[in-house]
Each structure stands twice: as C-alpha cells, then as structure tokens.
Design a protein around this ligand. Structure first.
Ligand SMILES: Cc1ncc(COP(=O)(O)O)c(C=O)c1O
Length: 396
C-alpha cells in the first residue's frame, strides 16, 4: 500500500498535547501557534493498526487483558528482523511508557542521594525523573564540533568513578542532537561503566527511526558483558506514532537486575494492559514495516527540504543534521544568543511552537528542536513564519 504523508490532518479537538490551544497557551503563552514541538507525528498510523483497533473496538468489551505468546513473538521477531538482536521472552518486561520505566529503574537501583549520569543537551524528563526520585544529576555534557555532537570520554570516566554514581542513562539514538552512536563510542562508554559498577540504561525508543546509511547498534547486542550490565528501553510508540497507547518494553537479560526491576513494578501494581495497545502492538510489529520504510524516506526528504530552505533563506540558522529521529536541532546563535530573546522571536513573533534548547540543558541555549514529522506544507509554513520573524526583526 502506498501512503501519502503530504495529507494534512486536523488534530485540534482530539486532546492532542501538541495541538490543543489550551496547552499551547500554558506552555508558550500563545494559543494560535503552529506546533512542531511534542515528539509525535502528524501522520496517520499504518492502516493495519487502524483496522485492527477498529475491529477490536467493534467487539464492544474492553475488559482486563493479558499478553499472550503471540504478543511476545511480535516483539521478539521485530527486534531480530530490524536490529539483528535475539531476545528471549523472559527478558521482556512490559511497562506503560519509557519515562515511567526510567522512574521505576531509579527507584529500583538508587537510594536517596545517589547520582545518575546524563549527557546534555538531552531529553528533559531524564533530569526530572532523577530529581523527582531524590537523586542527583551528574552531567557529562556532549561536545559540539560545529558539525556534530560527541562524547567527552575523559569527563565521563572521571564522573563514573564517583562511587555514588549508580546509573548512566544513555539516549541512543540521541534526542535532541540526533546522533546514532558508533560501536566504538558505545564500547568505550560501556567498558567505563562496567569498570566502575555503573548500570547502563539505554533508552532506544527512537531506534527504528534511523536515517540515511546510519546503523543503530543495540547496546546489549555488543557483548554478553554489556547485555548483563544494561537495561534496554524500546517501544513501538515513536516508530508507528502510537505513543498515546502507552506501551513499552524494558528488555533486561540479567535475571538479578530484572527481578529487582520487576519488584518495583509489583509494588506499584503495574501489570495490566490496555486491550487496544495489545492489538495495536501486534499489528505494528507484524504488518507495519512497509509503512515505516515509506515514512523514513519522507522524513529524509523533509530534512533535505529544511536544509535547502535554510541555505537559501536563513543562512545564519544552522541545521545539525540528525542521523536518526524526526527531531532536528537548529543552532540560532548567529541570530540570537540570548535564549529568552530567541524564545520571544520564535514563540511570540513567528508563533511557532518548538522545544526551546535550554529545556534540554544549559548548553542548549540558543538552539531549538524542530519536530519535522509533519506534512511538508506544515514544515514550510513553520519555516516561512520563522524567516519572516527574523527578517522583520532585522528591519526594525
Ligand atoms: C528519548 C525519549 N525517551 C522517552 C520518550 C517518551 O517515552 P514514553 O512516551 O514511552 O514515556 C521520548 C519521547 O519523546 C524520548 O524522546
């Protein structure tokens, strides 16, 4: 089946966090904005998922539901097919979302006051989860070489040596800077963690959204040693645009670590599952691949479009071209270094809702994150608005 990603679908009135004017007002102080912020897509999910949910809905009874073997097989087969990663059913722990999972992991493996390493600029709920659970953030900031972001290994090692550091949350691929980490980078960081008794939590929620010729490597697939010192967080949510269905898989090979994690889930009575999510997951992993291949091409074209647009109309705004995800990190520092003034320009003058760079860490100031998983016409409209706001400001 051929999908048309150019179709514009009105999402207002669907309780969309990204689009509802009330939410825009709350976050940006404006109701009437073009939103390219929250990380979901403005595309319909693959047809087989829609058909399956409609069919399930028609049944009319939405009782307590369980995951059967065919559910686990869908997860196992997908990981094998897309990532050449062999996992066993027992290692898969359902959790209703990766952010909840990260909170449960911190509760399971840290005591109050313990430390957790993150690499800013990074997906901001990591920091919130650490702080909300009474732990301390240790930052190993990524370095920017003018083209891409890199890991400062020396700094990482020094920080990992601190005995109070219990966990490292790796974002792989990385949101917002779009890096697909190489095997060499992952090996270096993984070894440091083993040497210093630091558990690696690899958030791989974006691992199916790999662009161009880049190759994603599942952290646990590097070696048995790495598999036994890691927790891998995966989900169909970003891949197939079903994050509202709240299904994720926390894959833990090491039984001792897995039992500790499961204990926290039991303490919080996390076991049931939404019947719609069960149906959607099977359809996604068993029948959604064709849609995903078409989506990845469209995303790549959107990225090319944005890159050309910037070169032709806004040379001072630099795109740090992502190797994965549908999130682009834009460097506005040649236009405006002051983050508050930049926010004013983008949110209040251009009226485009983007994720402000400093939400991801202090080193994100002067940057903005753009979600380009939208029809090209919407992307163009957003870029036009930003371009006019910049030009008007220059004229003043
Ligand atoms: C790196 C990363 N982890 C987790 C999430 C959210 O996961 P969930 O909706 O399963 O809690 C996102 C969403 O943007 C993300 O980018």
């Amino acid at each position: 089946m051929e999908y048309n990603f150019d179709t514009i679908i009105d999402r207002k009135g669907t309780n969309s966090l990204k689009w509802e004017p009330d939410k825009l007002k709350e976050f940006f102080g404006e109701e009437d904005m073009l939103p390219l912020w929250v990380a979901d897509m403005d595309f319909k999910t693959p047809q087989p998922i829609i058909d399956t949910i409609v069919e399930r809905a028609k049944h009319g009874i939405y009782g307590y539901s369980v995951r059967l073997d065919e559910y686990y097989d869908s997860v196992i087969n997908w990981q094998k097919k897309r990532h050449n990663w062999n996992i066993e059913k027992d290692s898969i722990v359902y959790t209703p979302g990766i952010v909840p999972a990260i909170n449960y992991i911190i509760q399971a493996f840290c005591s109050t006051g313990d430390k957790v390493i993150i690499q800013t600029p990074v997906y901001y709920p990591f920091k919130k989860s650490i702080i909300n659970n009474g732990c301390k953030v240790v930052d190993n900031p990524l370095t920017y070489d003018g083209k891409k972001y890199n890991i400062d290994f020396e700094d990482f090692e020094e920080k990992a040596k601190d005995e109070e550091v219990k966990i490292f949350i790796l974002c792989s691929p990385h949101n917002p800077v779009g890096r697909v980490w190489t095997k060499e980078e992952l090996e270096k960081i993984g070894k440091i963690c083993i040497e210093n008794n630091v558990l690696v939590v690899s958030d791989e929620i974006h691992n199916d959204l790999i662009l161009g010729n880049n190759e994603h490597i599942v952290f646990a697939n590097i070696s048995e040693e790495f598999a036994h010192n890691s927790i891998i967080c995966t989900a169909p949510s970003k891949t197939f645009n079903i994050p509202g269905l709240e299904t994720s898989h926390i894959i833990i090979k090491n039984k001792e670590i897995r039992d500790k994690y499961k204990h926290i889930l039991i303490k919080n009575s996390i076991s049931g599952h939404n019947p719609m999510s069960i149906a959607a997951l099977k359809a996604a992993y068993n029948e959604g691949e064709d849609w995903l291949e078409q989506l990845l091409l469209y995303l790549e074209e959107n990225l090319n479009f944005m890159e050309n647009y910037l070169i032709n109309n806004m040379k001072e705004v630099r795109l740090i071209r992502p190797q994965a995800t549908y999130l682009a990190w834009l460097d506005f520092r040649l236009i405006e270094k002051d983050n508050k003034k930049l926010e004013d320009l983008i949110f209040h003058k251009a009226k485009v809702a983007l994720d402000s760079g400093n939400w991801f860490g202090d080193n994100g100031s002067g940057f903005m994150r753009v979600n380009f998983a939208c029809p090209r016409a919407i992307l163009k409209e957003a870029l036009d608005r930003i371009c006019s706001a910049i030009n008007n400001r220059t004229l003043q």
